[in-house]
Design a protein around this ligand. Structure first.
Ligand code: UD1
Length: 373
């Protein structure tokens, strides 16, 4: 019998889990692949990790490195140290990393030092802001990977500008859309009922980027804008652990308590979040995932950052980058609340290959070109 191809996939954070769910499913369907899943343990809370494995039916990881939280250098180094042992033991034909988090870079760097071929999913994204840890992770991961799977032609252009060989770049679409298409079919109102909300009569807020939540000024500006917006529409805020920690640290709990129409809730499962996004009037966020999910779901999105690596969602989708100044956030939110969302929705075009078949394309390409036998 033909020997199976061993593929190690490295994941560590909430968005990584969502992205690899369809990929692992495709690999398991293939008779030729033996998938090995490594969870670095970067995210470890039930609401940040296990709930996604359960809901998206991702198999238990073969290895959990249990690394946890720490400084960037510490976290990256710890993952590398532990992952090296796993890769040496498993001796895979290929290593897959996804996205732009510390687990992505640590996974790619460990594999590169051991000369294992690497595939990077969601390659080529650039915000051109090197103060963001994600930008450093993206740049370095792309330049040591062998197969670069991009979500749009803009990412291909970014990679070509950096001198990367065209033959290593594959436009396959957005893997998160694979999951979103499935979840969209099942969207329910149960979370709305639970929170006492009505369709299109609330806004949704998420915040977790270091540039926002670790920066006292920016966080205060954003919360002050939310205070004003919430006078017109209730705002639901599922709180990321990092945001929770920093709200407490900066002593903003009182400021938040004084906003009667702002509702803080625990982080949600992917299905609950999809239902909440789909039915919202407006999303205010600094997340990467929500910028493209709102484009697919046709919901206006205001990105609370000065730049975005998801430029395609601004050019073709429902996203607008509005920065972090209080006045501007209020101005842009009021525009949406005052209109019937027309300008946002009329220009919307779902980008090429965001069709729910990205995982299939990736596996076909990997089997054809990249697996070392
Ligand atoms: C990480 C990614 C970010 C991604 C985000 C998605 C990096 C550099 N950042 O940010 O790009 O958008 O995940 O969620 O990799 N914490 C918990 N429980 C957990 C995990 C974290 O309480 O399960 C708290 C800890 O206090 C920790 C803090 O959150 O110190 C930050 O966690 P960390 O892993 O450093 O990165 P995120 O902010 O989650």
């Amino acid at each position: 019998m033909e020997k199976k191809i061993k593929i190690v996939t490295v994941v560590g954070t909430r968005p990584n889990f969502i992205k690899i769910a369809p990929l692992i499913e495709e690999m398991r369907k293939s008779q030729r692949i033996k998938p090995i899943l490594v969870h670095t343990g970067q995210h470890y809370d039930y609401e940040m990790s296990k709930i996604f494995f359960d809901e998206l039916k991702i198999p238990e990881p073969d290895y959990n490195l249990g690394v946890g939280s720490g400084s960037h250098a510490w976290q990256t180094a710890k993952i590398m140290e532990k992952l090296e042992k796993v890769l040496l033991k498993e001796n895979p034909n290929l290593v897959i990393v996804v996205g732009d988090v510390n687990s992505t870079l640590a996974g790619a760097l460990t594999a590169a030092k051991l000369n294992f071929p690497i595939a990077h999913i969601e390659a080529g994204m650039r915000s051109y802001d090197k103060t963001m840890p994600e930008e450093i992770n993206r740049l370095l991961t792309d330049h040591i990977s062998d197969a670069l799977f991009v979500t749009s032609h803009l990412d291909t252009q970014n990679l070509l500008k950096e001198g990367i060989d065209q033959r290593e770049i594959f436009l396959v679409g957005n893997i998160m859309t694979d999951v979103l298409m499935e979840q969209k079919k099942k969207v329910s109102n149960s979370i709305l009922k639970k929170l006492g909300l009505q369709k299109k009569k609330y806004a949704l807020l998420t915040l977790h980027r270091a540039g926002n939540v670790d920066n006292k000024e920016n966080l205060k500006e954003i919360l002050s804008a939310i205070k004003k917006i919430s006078e017109r529409i209730p705002v639901i805020f599922p709180v990321h652990p990092r945001a929770k920690k920093m709200i407490n640290f900066f002593g903003f709990k009182r400021l938040i308590k004084e906003i009667p129409n702002l509702f803080l809730i625990k982080p949600l499962s992917y299905f609950q979040m999809t239902s909440l996004v789909k039915n919202s009037k407006l999303v205010l966020t600094d997340s990467g995932g929500l910028q493209h999910e709102t484009t697919v779901l046709g919901v206006p999105c205001l990105t609370l950052r000065n730049v975005t690596e998801w430029l395609i969602t601004v050019k073709q989708g429902t996203n607008k980058v509005v920065g972090t100044s209080k006045e501007n956030i209020i101005k842009e939110a009021f525009k949406i609340l005052g209109s019937k969302n027309r300008s946002f929705l009329e220009k919307r075009k779902i980008p090429q290959y965001w069709d729910g078949k990205t995982a299939k394309r990736i596996i076909q390409i990997l089997l054809k070109y990249y697996v070392r036998h």
